[in-house]
Design a protein around this ligand. Structure first.
Ligand code: PAF
Length: 290
């Protein structure tokens, strides 16, 4: 595949997309546009999004931007892995027209967006409680990216279940004319969900981290016996794993993303966040409570 055109300014991306839409420029394929928003440090989970994007649209744009607005003051903004050359190499086998890799000052010329998108009550729960302001930062940058690239479809990974819920709500509530496509979580052979933050794990921590996906499997095995059995089965996996500190284990209604009551029957999503060494990892799974 030909390497994507790397653009760093909003004007360049818009001009490149307009040229393609008009049948000019490299590749000159007019038609639909898919956007894959990322923060770089690309792994097979991101590449599954890119592969799906290429199936859905004629022009694929991958954005690579470590968005400062979604990191808290004590979080890993400075150490978040950044390697554009490695990311471009990872994208080599795919048909990507543009990589949009802006600087923070290109995205936030005034230092920070003065107008923010507020995610509402669900953005305050779970990840939002652990990371105050995180989802407002995500939704603000996603809104900007949607306005900049004006894609027909935007793709996200199911691993970030709360982000998926809130992006769907953003697109519905603010009437973005963009379809949201979700791609299943990609896992390592032992079940650990792929994440850029897995790079922070040492060997022992990496082995221990698999407890998170094992807990989700255990949760699913308790589904026939109700919510208490689901929670107990998942929690028991962490008892023997001293390197993994469970932060939360929640069972939510996928329609509202609110915790379900005792006695609820139907589809749910089990959410887990845990700290392993310096990494904070999240994962989730859909199960059916009988
Ligand atoms: O999921 C991510 O990597 C980020 O939250 C996103 C959607 C690229 C926004 O910065």
């Amino acid at each position: 595949m030909t390497r994507p055109t790397v653009v760093t300014t909003i004007a360049e991306l818009r001009a490149g997309l307009a040229a393609r839409a008009a049948g000019r420029g490299s590749g000159s394929t007019p038609g639909s546009v898919a956007l894959v928003p990322t923060m770089g440090a690309l792994h097979d989970g991101h590449l599954a999004l890119v592969e799906r994007a290429a199936e859905l649209a004629d022009t694929v744009v991958v954005s690579i931007f470590v968005n400062p607005l979604q990191f808290g003051p004590e979080e890993d903004l400075d150490k978040y892995p950044r390697d554009l050359e490695a990311d471009l190499e990872a994208l080599d086998p795919f048909d990507v027209a543009f990589v949009f890799a802006p600087t923070a000052s290109e995205m936030y010329p005034k230092g920070a967006a003065q107008v923010h998108v507020i995610g509402g009550p669900v953005a305050e729960l779970f990840e939002g409680r652990a990371r105050p302001g995180h989802f407002d930062g995500v939704l603000t940058v996603v809104s900007k990216l949607l306005n900049i690239a004006q894609p027909d479809v935007v793709l996200f990974g199911q691993k970030d279940a709360q982000q998926v819920f809130l992006v769907r709500q953003l697109v519905d509530d603010l009437n973005f004319p963009t379809k949201v496509e979700i791609v299943e979580t990609v896992r390592a052979d032992d079940g650990l969900a792929l994440s850029s933050r897995n790079r922070y794990l040492n060997g022992d921590e990496r082995r221990a981290a698999v407890a998170i996906s094992r807990a989700l499997e255990a949760a699913s095995s308790g589904a026939d016996r109700g919510i208490d059995a689901v929670l107990a089965a998942a929690q028991s996996v962490f008892m023997d794993e001293r390197l993994v500190r469970l932060e939360y284990l929640k069972v939510v209604n996928p329609k509202t993303f609110l915790p379900v009551d005792d006695g609820y029957r139907g589809p749910v999503r089990v959410l887990i966040a845990a700290r392993v060494g310096s990494a904070r990892l999240i994962d989730n799974d859909a199960i059916y409570l009988n």
